[in-house]
Design a protein around this ligand. Structure first.
Ligand code: XBP
Ligand code: MG
Length: 261
């Protein structure tokens, strides 16, 4: 087993940093549908299924193909979807800027502690870049953006999660090996992407992803915990801890060695 020191935390955004899907992305896309004069509506039950497709544009296209087969699609459907998605993103940014999407338990504490401990911090997400910077600015303040060595987001790679592309891109940009990194994710697509790049992964599931499968997760929790608000363990060994701090991450950190891939 090749042993490396933990050098970097690679953070997913939606469902991990904050519960952005139910009251953020889902509300925003429904507002975009309404503003465009479409009678489409994604309730929570349908959205749970649609979340299996990552990427807002890809999700809209999947919805049309699967649920609106008789939709009179414009000649340039991809261009039309891109315009609709830009409208959705505008609504989403308004929701983020209103402060309605707080960081999940333990996120601000662990980001701060990891930054102070000298760990490299990076964002590795399927969502659009402006969604990330706006959420970080709103919830952590302008200066916190400097904590992140990289924001790898959205269309910067051809294939979104569960493909490992975005994680490979992040490793290349950071000049790090997978054995030096730990990913923090919330979904099956997320862990498949991270582990596909050989990166050990800690899961904090949410109401949308609690029934997903997380094969090989270092730890599966309901959130990162706070002193006085302990996490619940759903998989792995947390050594009796009640919240995730740098010390626990270093104790947990077991790089995925080649023989485990
Ligand atoms: C989650 C996603 C994103 C969001 C919507 O990304 O799949 O597509 O649902 O954002 P992650 P966009 O969990 O990797 O952060 O509409 O900007 O794609
Ligand atoms: Mg996610």
């Amino acid at each position: 087993m090749q042993h490396s020191t933990l050098k970097a935390l690679l953070w997913d955004v939606d469902g991990t940093l904050a519960d952005t899907e139910e009251d953020g992305h889902r509300v925003a896309i429904n507002r975009a549908f309404a503003e465009t004069g479409l009678n489409w509506y994604w309730d929570s039950e349908l959205y749970r299924e649609l979340l299996r497709v990552t990427g807002g544009k890809e999700r809209i296209k999947h919805y049309i193909e699967r649920y609106q087969p008789v939709f009179d699609a414009p000649p340039d459907l991809d261009g039309w979807i891109a315009d609709l998605h830009r409208l959705k993103t505008r609504h989403y940014l308004e929701i983020v800027q209103s402060g309605q999407l707080p960081l999940r338990p333990g996120v601000k504490r662990l980001l701060t502690e990891a930054h102070q401990a000298g760990l490299i911090l990076a964002i590795v997400t399927t969502t659009s870049p402006e969604n990330v910077t706006t959420l970080l600015r709103q919830q952590l303040g302008e200066s916190a953006l400097d904590w992140f060595a990289l924001i790898a987001a959205g269309d910067c790679v051809p294939h979104k999660k569960p493909a490992p592309d975005i994680y490979h891109y992040a490793l290349a940009q950071l000049h790090l090996s997978p054995q030096q990194c730990l990913a923090i994710e919330d979904s099956e697509n997320g862990i498949l992407a991270a582990q596909g790049a050989g990166i050990a992964t800690l899961i904090t599931h949410n109401e949308y992803t609690r029934d997903h499968a997380f094969p090989g997760a270092l730890l599966q929790l309901n959130h990162l915990g706070e002193p006085g608000q302990p996490f619940q363990v759903f998989g792995g060994n947390a050594y009796g801890a009640g919240w995730v701090d740098v010390g626990l991450l270093q104790r947990l950190f077991t790089p995925i060695s080649d023989e485990r891939l």
